[in-house]
Unconditional design. Sequence first.
Length: 165
Amino acid sequence: MRASLSCQNGYQKLGYVGKRKLKKILCTPHFFYWLPFSLLFSLLLAGCGKEDLGERLQSGRVLAWEGLQGRWVGPVAPTDPACGPTTHGLMTIGEKGFGFDPFASTVVIQGKLDPAGHLSGTLIREGGNHQQVAISFNAAASDPNTIQGTIQSNRCQWTVTLHRG
């Protein structure tokens, strides 16, 4: 064991020159100072072994950031079978707006979120024969973990129910 540099090997004797026997002063090594803290830390870690504190973060669940901000997923079901099959929509809500991919494709509806929790957005794209096709989305939060709304495009309409995910 090495003693710390702050420990002295003997008392200073002023005015004395020459060889002398120095008294050893009992000095505590550094690790003795940290021993109580390391024991306390290991006890804290042992107490945390019953429940994994990172479980909520590693579970795959998405936690709410602030209000409706975050990631949302859920079914997008047509009201008429001629409008296609049910798909899974994915929405990301940020501070100033949202992006919603309702058909698991390259169609992304950009929109705004008002302070009351109402979401609205429209995508205008070019369809067949160079005609413009508008897809509009309107929704609102029915509770802190559910958003319900509709998508409208020409004659087709879809119902949307999204959950945090």
